[in-house]
Design a protein around this ligand. Structure first.
Ligand code: MG
Length: 269
């Protein structure tokens, strides 16, 4: 069953999601050559705790950190470490925060210094795929409209959507029904209704769609070691349309906004 949230519940998810937006903004400001992924994780954790929340991911099925930090061919679930970011890398940072009974979840891919035009394009297409997916999150539509919009945008640009991992409902649990695949037919899935809250999160590979999990049982990599990008927002479905909650400034966002609000984090550096 897909939860329908009351406005006061959506407001609480929004408070958690805003902390996620703030954490992503902070993280984006730290991304540069020579910084370790563990340093970024530590600052994210500090901010979440300073806001009175707790990191949703830490201890989730045993995950050891507050953020998933995934560099280059790591798709998702990278474990922060002493690995230092290098000029030309791309780094995907995924953050969850839990406050007052509700979770928020968001992710953003950042460039490390100057990056190749290929990597810029991968990030841009993935961000756009999130935007076109969010635009379909409206009452009366089938969930498959989101999936189809994301997949079409990605494949029209010659990239692959990851199928092993999907987006999800979010609320009192980090992962709730429904699953939100980034692929599939527009006629599939439940009909969306106002009050549903979804984490929409395209994971896009520059090469093939196949991925595998490393020996640490977390790190998911592309099989062909092509690069991968990941953008995610927590989105409430309202009668007026999609409402992006994972924004640092707490503003009500339309499709296409970065965690910074008007600025686009993906275009830094
Ligand atoms: Mg998620």
């Amino acid at each position: 069953m897909i939860a329908i949230r009351r406005p006061d519940e959506i407001a609480k998810i929004g408070r958690s999601a805003r902390i996620v937006g703030e954490a992503l903004e902070l993280a984006g400001g730290m991304v540069r050559p020579g910084v370790s992924t563990q340093e970024i994780n530590a600052e994210i954790e500090r901010l979440i705790i300073a806001r009175g929340a707790r990191p949703s991911f830490k201890g989730y099925h045993g995950f050891p950190a507050s953020a998933c930090i995934s560099v280059n061919d790591v798709v998702v679930h990278g474990i922060p470490s002493d690995r230092m970011l290098e000029e030309g890398d791309i780094v995907s940072i995924d953050v969850g925060a839990y406050l007052d009974g509700y979770h928020g979840d968001g992710a953003w891919t950042f460039p490390v210094g100057a990056i190749s035009t290929d990597s810029q394009r991968l990030m841009q297409v993935t961000r756009e795929a999130l935007e076109v997916g969010i635009a379909q999150a409206r009452p009366g539509q089938r969930l498959g409209e989101i999936s189809h919009a994301v997949q079409s945008h990605v494949e029209d640009h010659g990239y692959s959507v990851v199928r092993m991992l999907v987006g999800h409902g979010i609320g009192s649990q980090l992962h709730e029904e429904p699953q939100v695949p980034n692929f599939g037919s527009r006629r599939q899935g439940p009909i969306l209704a106002a009050g549903m809250v979804l984490a929409i999160e395209p994971m896009v590979n520059a090469g093939g769609l196949d991925v595998y999990t490393a020996k640490d049982e977390w790190t998911v990599l592309t099989r062909d070691h092509s690069r991968s990008a990941h953008f995610e927002h927590t989105v409430a479905i309202t009668a007026e349309g999609p409402q992006v909650l994972t924004l640092a400034n707490g503003a009500v966002g339309a499709a296409g906004v970065s965690p910074h609000g008007a600025r686009s984090a993906g275009e830094r550096g």
